[in-house]
Ligand binder design. Structure first.
Ligand code: GDP
Length: 365
């Protein structure tokens, strides 16, 4: 359904490595800045144990997990908002994503060049923030400038936009991302419409060495303290280990390696789960003998919209949905048994789909 997460961060912090691990695609990871020149779009498979559980009951011909797109965005350096490096291209790519994974380097390795000389995730994040904030200021100023005349001559709508624009502008000028601005009730629609880079939901990923995945290190402690007021999630991942895990061919090999490392699960699973909840995504299932499949929708989507993810005809011709809650399916073990227990509900156009619903759509084309 084209929901996209973008990976950002300074060059050489491990973005491509993480991207590879997340998608198991082979983007070029190299020890020099700008290894990733074109934005790489990959597909992340969303791991979901519920899907396997349903498949156990149904025993289908195939099992299809759901996906989220990920974009590895080419390296940003100081001055990007003024067009340095691959600046403008980079910022344009960010504008298109729905959420941001901001990777910071929290590992020491003398062999890996740091573009600014030494490892300092707090400074690195500020460099990126500054560039994004500059770009946002430009966007807001342009918007406000255009309307200033109309506002002066008393046009109500223009006046209001200028007022709200000024609040956002001041907030940005104080070095703060737009996502943390407080606005009057009617201001948020305008904020959304401006599509500011720093208004997008964000997840921080500290790329650490193997020994720091569980307990963190000095860098991650400082980083967490520095972002505490953003209320954003901070994940500790070792991109290098994740890349090693992704290289292994079979699930057995991967499980064994993960156990040897003393990790509870692959770190990429945590990243995917967090990105999923950051985007406010939920999953519903379809379960038949041909396939058991997971589908992604945004929280709050109604039944016809959910059907439309499968096929636009399903949405256009939507008649009704037969719905089984995931827990009921597991409790009774089959659609038939659920029906007999009276736990299958027939829902109409206004039904808001729940995470885990097992759905059948009736439609007419
Ligand atoms: P990008 O420029 O941010 O995309 O960075 P890359 O993913 O290309 O990584 C830059 C270099 O750092 C590569 O040589 C990677 O192998 C290395 N690297 C990435 N993650 C880690 C890590 O967790 N530990 C160590 N020691 N090296 C890493």
């Amino acid at each position: 359904m084209g929901l996209q997460c973008g990976i950002v961060g300074l060059p050489n912090v491990g973005k491509s490595t993480l991207f590879n691990a997340l998608t198991s695609a082979k983007a070029l990871a190299a020890n020099y800045p700008f290894a990733t020149k074109e934005p790489n779009v990959g597909v992340i498979t969303v791991p979901d144990p519920r899907l396997d559980k349903l498949a156990e009951f149904v025993n289908p011909q195939r099992i299809l997990p759901t996906n989220v797109d990920i974009v590895d965005i080419a390296g940003l350096i100081k001055g990007a908002s003024k067009g340095e490096g691959l600046g403008n291209q980079f910022l344009g790519n960010i504008r298109e994503v729905d959420a941001i994974l901001h990777v910071v380097r929290c590992f020491d390795d003398d062999n890996i060049v740091h573009v600014d000389g030494n490892v300092d995730p707090v400074r690195d994040k500020e460099i990126i923030d500054t560039e994004l904030i500059f770009k946002d200021l430009e966007t807001v100023e342009k918007r406000v400038d255009k309307l200033r005349k109309a506002a002066k001559s008393g046009e109500k709508e223009a006046k209001r936009i200028v007022e709200i624009g000024k609040i956002i502008q001041e907030h940005l000028e104080n070095g703060k991302p737009a996502r943390s601005v407080s606005l009057p009730e009617d201001g948020y629609a305008l904020l959304k419409e401006m599509m500011l880079l720093t208004a997008k939901p964000i997840l921080y990923v500290c790329n650490v060495d193997m020994d720091s995945v569980e307990s963190g290190n000095e860098y991650t402690e400082r980083f967490k303290a520095a972002v505490a007021d953003e209320k954003a999630e901070v994940l500790l991942i070792s991109a290098a280990i994740e890349a090693d895990i992704a290289e292994l061919d079979t699930k057995e090999e991967r499980d064994e390696f993960i156990a040897e490392m003393g990790l509870p699960e692959p770190g990429v699973n945590r990243v995917i789960r967090s990105a999923y909840s950051l985007l406010k995504l939920i999953t519903y299932f379809t379960a038949g003998e041909k396939e058991v499949r997971a589908w992604t929708i945004i929280e709050g989507t109604k039944a016809p919209g959910a059907a439309g993810v499968i096929h636009t005809d399903f949405e256009k011709g939507f008649i009704r949905a037969e719905v089984i809650g995931y827990d009921d399916y597991v409790e009774y073990g089959s659609e038939q048994a659920v029906k007999e227990a009276g736990k299958l509900s027939v829902e109409g156009k206004e039904y808001v789909v729940n995470d885990g619903d097992v759905m059948h759509f009736r439609f007419n084309v």
